[in-house]
Design a protein around this ligand. Structure first.
Ligand code: BTN
Length: 232
């Protein structure tokens, strides 16, 4: 397994995507700083020193269907959560579709990008970095001096174990575990999809990876969308 470490790079996801042929399954690229870190929905991902900033390659043995691929963010989320919980115990939760929360604040973001049949799994975790004052209400750091390279290896190892179970058809038990950490469950939320906004109460994450949102007493299933918690 290759583990390439950069002091500074534009984005570990970009690097891996541009150099896919030189990587094997579970090879890793990390950086101390990213100058153009990317988040989901085209957002900038601020990438100061002290964060774990890395991407690893998933090369499935057979082509994943779109439904199977939809489950990867959930797999990456639960495996990162479990790996971090083993490193430093705490009140972790999983915010559908792929954020890990600690004490109800965002600790980690995940950006998965498909390149033909392969997937670049990019993860950013607030490990030792301090959270800027203006976002302290929504983001949190582990504030841990745990060795970042070791932490990255543990996350990738945990993902590989979950992915193995997923490949062996054990998705049902994984989805139950994911639901046990479901941050949104029973919360009043708004789902933003493009210009549209839907309101409801989040319920369970279902087998195919979608989330149930109860609207006027009726359950609707959502596969995409940015979910914001309603303030009472
Ligand atoms: C999000 O929550 O919007 C996803 C953030 C993903 C950030 C990670 S940091 C390592 C990898 N390289 C990137 O440019 N992005 C991902």
């Amino acid at each position: 397994m290759k583990f390439l470490k950069f002091d500074e790079i534009d984005s570990t996801n970009n690097y891996m995507k541009e150099n896919i042929p030189s990587f094997e399954n579970y090879d890793i690229v990390s950086a101390k700083i990213q100058t153009s870190g990317r988040g989901r929905r085209g957002n900038v991902w601020l990438s100061p020193e002290g964060m774990a900033l890395f991407s690893f390659l998933l090369k499935p043995e057979k082509t994943l269907s779109i439904i199977e691929a939809t489950k990867l963010p959930l797999l990456a989320g639960i495996s990162t959560l479990v790996a971090l919980k083993k490193i430093k115990d705490g009140a972790y939760s999983f915010k559908w579709t792929n954020d890990v929360f600690l004490n109800s604040k965002k600790l980690c973001g995940i950006l998965i990008e498909r390149v033909k049949d392969d997937f670049v799994v990019g993860i950013g975790i607030n490990v030792a970095n301090k959270i800027p004052e203006d976002i302290k209400n929504i983001a949190i750091s582990m504030e841990s001096d745990y060795d970042i390279d070791k932490l990255i290896l543990k996350v990738v190892e945990e993902f590989s174990l979950y992915y193995k179970r997923f490949s062996e058809g054990k998705w049902q038990e994984i989805i139950e575990e994911i639901n046990s950490y479901n941050f949104l469950k029973n919360k009043k939320i708004r789902v933003h999809i493009g210009d549209k906004v839907f309101q409801g109460i989040a319920r369970n994450i279902v087998e195919d990876g979608r989330i149930e949102i109860e609207m006027d007493g009726e359950i609707k299933l959502f596969s995409v969308g940015e979910i914001k918690i309603e303030k009472d």
